[in-house]
Structures are given as structure tokens and as C-alpha cells.
Design a protein around this ligand. Structure first.
Ligand code: AHR
Length: 503
């Protein structure tokens, strides 16, 4: 009952686009306020950013950061969020039934992104707004100067353009919950015309059209097809969103969530390429998996606190503050493996979200910031998952799951650093009670030692970190891992995430 695969650099999937280790900052709950921004906090810098959070974001290794939503963006008036703070209006946020103070806005976001060494991924509002407001925002953000809006930015204290290269054309426009929800025809036309206008300002911007909010949407695939028929030549990526949580306590199916992620990716690729074929186009549309995570959407999982939706227009209420377990972290690791395995088409991905709201980082107002369990697989994948993904085709023992049928116990990928030749193997054992022996044959790889085997697993699969016990769950060293005569041998603990580094 050993799982096996072969690694050979002659069989590679694709170089990794570092932007797949992206994240997401939405004006939702305490992601911005009391999350990344808390002016009165002991660690706050001159801009009101919590430096303890900045440190954790850097450690997490986040690249592209999507902003300002999410559902929030479909009511967003960017003009409210710039200029002197005392003049910024307070507005109703229809998406989260909150009050938005606009004390944190576009300039503050760019400052944040620069301080963490990330790339901004800005969404425009195609819910309540359209082409005009999108190009006005683009002019304000990116034009060097000499026009009303670019000079206004300079007057607001930002002489240098923000140089935002990556833009989302709205958010989840297929979802009936979205303010300004549209049919695929309506959205496809609007996305195309917005893209055309944005390219009139700058032909080189990278644009993401909205795909489906999940593979389960009734309009899935037909939506992508129609949207791309209108916008194929004008956009670069189509978005995917997916959240997972266990239903009816079915942990085996939950641990196999990435089966859905991989089929979702493959179905979107097929749909994109089908439209490309019909249009006789050589161009390929890439995928932006710009919302993914574990999220107990039915409220069944432990939360640090959740005041519930409809909190009567409160300011920065505690919303969606899921408290993640070891099991959740193993699923997050498996979702990262799914993204890496499809690095040939997935060029951007954002874990949703970054701080407090379904997030790897949590904060206590006036208190410390700490790492949830899901922090660790993300940080390790971002740090060691750079290079070229090798084609991993495991032969693995299987088990039966209610939701996905027969599923491999092993889920794995491997990334080779082209400069050093070092290889990182990322592997999940989906079995709740069986250790899984792993054998990897190394062909054409000059590797001689196991540099590290790091494991996230626990005797209690529900173990979690909290503000009081922030280090209850941390990675530990794996035992007995060897590399002899070109064969790596390891034992993967039950229900575990593993990073094995070979040098
Ligand atoms: O990330 C939370 C929400 O999930 C986002 O606002 C929305 O886009 C999605 O439905």
C-alpha cells in the first residue's frame, strides 16, 4: 500500500507564475479596519498600518493582492476613497450591510502593497457602474500627470502613478446576490466594452473577466462561453471562485475537495479553448483563481467571532472569522497543490482573504496578530513552490468518498528550482487513520539529500490556534525520510500536509 511516482525534469508542466500565491483584501468585516489598518495600535506605522500584520504578510509570502472586493466592489465609488480623510463620505455597504468610513482607500492600499512587496490587483465596479468610472479610476491611478484626474492624484499626495497592471472587470457578476447582477450576455458586452476602453488608455493592462462563482452555479460553463464570445480578444484571464467546507461531518469528502478544484480548472480550460477554437484564435485565455479557501459558509465551523450578516450597518463588524483546524490546513495545502498542478493555465490565484475574514492571519484589536493553521501550507508553498512544476502522476492507494467516489489517498506535486536544481515535493495524505508510505523515483535529477521534511498534522484533527494559544499547531519535522540511490522514501502521517525539500 505504497504511493509512488517518478520525477523527471524532461516532463514538466510549466514554470510557476508567482502570482498564484496571491491574496485578497476586501472591505468586509475586520479585514481592512483592525486588520491591516488600525491607527491607534501600538505597532501602527505613520500610515496607520499594523507593522505586526505587515511582518506576517511578508512571512506568508503573498504576491498579487486583490482589492477592494469581492461583493463590496459592486457598490464601490472609488472617488470616496481618495483625498483628505476628513472629507471622505461614510456610505452604506450593501454587500455586507455595514457602514464604510472610507478612512482606508486606494492610496493607503497601494502603500500597503508596496510595504509588503506585493502586486496590486484592482477590481472595478461593474455592478452599479460601468465603462466611464472604470477608465476614470484607471486614469487617476496610472496616468503620469497633466490631466484632471492624474493631477488630482498628485494633489492628494501621490505624485508617482500607482502603476496598477492587473485589473478585475467586476466581481461574481453571475451571482444573483451581486449588486447589479447581470446575465452572461449583459456582462459579456459590458466586460468587452470596459476592456476595450481600458486598453485605449493602455493596451498592455492585464484584464480578468468574471467567470463563475463556483462550479456548482446553474449557469456554469455556459456563462464562461458567452462572456468569452464577447470578450475573447480583449481579456487575458477568466476568474474562478471556490470555497470548501465539510457537510454532514463528512471529513473524507472534505479532504478530497481538490478533486472539485482540479475538475473546475480543467472544465474552465476546456470551455476557454472551445471558444478559442470556434473563434479560430491562436490566443489562449489563462485562469485567475482569484477567490479560494476553506470557508464554513453554512456557519457550521468554529468562528473566532461572527456578528452575522445584517449587523445593522455597523462599522467593521466581526464577520466570517472562521477559526481553522489542522484538517482545514491540510485541505488548504491540497488546494495549493491543485493550483500548482495546473500552473500551465492558472497564472493568478488569490486566497480569500488575508486578515481576519476567512484568513490565515488573525488580529486582536489593540492586541497581537497571530497565525491560523492555514498560514503554514501557504507560507511553505509560496517560499518553496517557485520554479518549474514537474509532471506528477501518482499511483496511489485509494478510498471511497461520498461526494467524489474513489479518490487517491495521495495528492502531490513537485516544483524544481531551475537555478539550484533543488526540488520541493508537496504532498497530502487524505487518510484520516492510515500512515501512507511514499516512494519517489528521481530520474535525471542530481539530488543527493533530504534537506527538510516538514509536516503539519496532529493527533487531534480539530486542533486549532487561538489568540491565547497561537502556537498550538505548528509544523514539525517528519521522521525517517531518506534519499538513497535516486529514491526518496517517506512516510506521510495520517491527515497530513508535507513539504519535502531535496537538494
Ligand atoms: O470572500 C468573501 C466573498 O465571497 C466575496 O466578497 C465574494 O466575491 C464571494 O462570494
Amino acid at each position: 500500500h505504497t504511493a509512488r511516482f517518478t520525477l523527471d525534469p524532461a516532463f514538466a508542466v510549466s514554470p510557476v507564475d508567482g502570482r498564484i500565491f496571491g491574496s485578497f483584501v476586501e472591505h468586509l468585516g475586520r479585514c481592512v479596519y483592525q486588520g491591516i489598518y488600525e491607527p491607534g495600535h501600538a505597532s501602527a506605522d505613520e500610515a496607520g498600518l499594523r507593522t505586526d500584520v505587515l511582518d506576517l504578510v511578508r512571512e506568508l509570502g503573498v504576491t498579487a493582492i486583490r482589492y477592494p472586493g469581492g461583493n463590496f466592489v459592486s457598490g464601490y465609488k472609488w472617488e470616496d476613497s481618495v483625498g483628505p480623510r476628513e472629507d471622505r463620505p461614510r456610505r452604506l455597504d450593501l454587500a455586507w450591510k455595514s457602514t464604510e468610513s472610507n478612512q482606508f482607500g486606494l492610496s493607503e492600499f497601494i502603500d500597503f502593497v508596496r510595504k509588503v512587496g506585493g502586486t496590486p490587483m484592482m477590481a472595478v465596479n461593474l455592478g452599479t457602474r460601468g465603462v466611464a468610472e472604470a477608465i476614470e479610476l484607471q486614469e487617476y491611478a496610472n496616468h503620469p500627470g497633466g490631466t484632471a484626474l492624474s493631477d488630482l492624484r498628485a494633489e492628494h499626495g501621490d505624485a508617482a502613478p500607482f502603476d496598477i497592471r492587473l485589473w478585475c472587470l467586476g466581481n461574481e457578476m453571475d451571482g444573483p446576490w451581486q449588486t447589479g447582477h447581470k446575465t452572461a450576455e449583459e456582462y459579456g458586452r459590458l466586460a468587452a466594452e470596459t476592456a476595450r476602453a481600458m486598453r485605449q488608455i493602455d493596451p498592455d493592462v492585464e484584464l480578468v473577466a468574471c467567470g463563475s462563482s463556483s462550479q456548482g452555479m446553474a449557469t456554469f460553463a455556459a456563462w464562461e462561453s458567452t462572456v468569452l464570445e464577447h470578450s475573447y480578444d480583449l481579456v487575458d484571464h477568466i476568474s474562478l471562485h471556490a470555497y470548501y467546507y465539510p457537510t454532514d461531518g463528512d471529513r473524507d469528502s472534505f479532504l478530497a475537495s481538490a478533486v472539485d478544484t482540479e475538475s473546475f480548472i480543467e472544465n474552465v480550460v476546456a470551455t476557454c479553448d472551445h471558444v478559442g477554437a470556434r473563434l479560430k484564435s491562436k490566443k489562449r485565455i489563462n485562469l485567475s483563481f482569484d477567490e479560494w479557501n476553506v470557508w464554513y459558509q453554512d456557519g457550521s465551523g468554529p468562528t473566532l467571532s461572527d456578528e452575522g450578516r445584517g449587523a445593522d450597518w455597523a462599522e467593521a463588524p466581526r464577520l466570517l472569522e472562521d477559526n481553522y483546524s489542522v484538517t482545514d490546513a491540510v485541505v488548504v495545502g491540497s488546494l495549493l497543490i491543485a493550483l500548482l498542478r495546473h500552473a500551465d493555465r492558472v497564472k493568478v490565484a488569490c486566497q480569500a482573504q488575508l486578515v481576519n475574514v476567512i484568513a490565515p492571519i488573525a488580529t486582536v484589536p489593540d492586541g497581537p496578530a497571530w497565525r491560523q493553521t492555514i498560514f503554514y501550507p501557504f507560507a511553505q508553498a509560496s517560499k518553496y513552490g517557485r520554479g518549474t512544476v514537474l509532471d506528477v502522476r501518482p499511483q496511489s492507494p485509494t478510498h471511497e468518498t461520498k461526494r467524489f467516489g474513489t479518490v487517491d489517498l495521495l495528492h502531490a506535486t513537485a516544483v524544481r528550482d531551475e537555478e539550484t536544481g533543488a526540488v520541493s515535493v508537496f504532498a497530502v495524505n487524505r487518510s484520516q487513520d492510515q500512515a501512507l508510505p511514499l516512494e519517489v523515483a528521481l530520474a535525471g535529477l542530481d539530488l543527493t539529500e533530504v534537506v527538510e521534511h516538514s509536516v503539519l498534522a496532529d493527533a487531534d484533527p480539530d486542533a486549532r490556534n487561538t489568540a491565547d494559544q497561537p502556537d498550538r499547531v505548528t509544523p514539525h519535522a517528519g521522521a525517517g525520510t531518506t534519499l538513497v540511490d535516486g529514491t526518496l522514501r517517506a512516510t506521510l502521517e495520517p491527515l497530513s500536509w508535507n513539504l519535502i525539500r531535496l537538494g
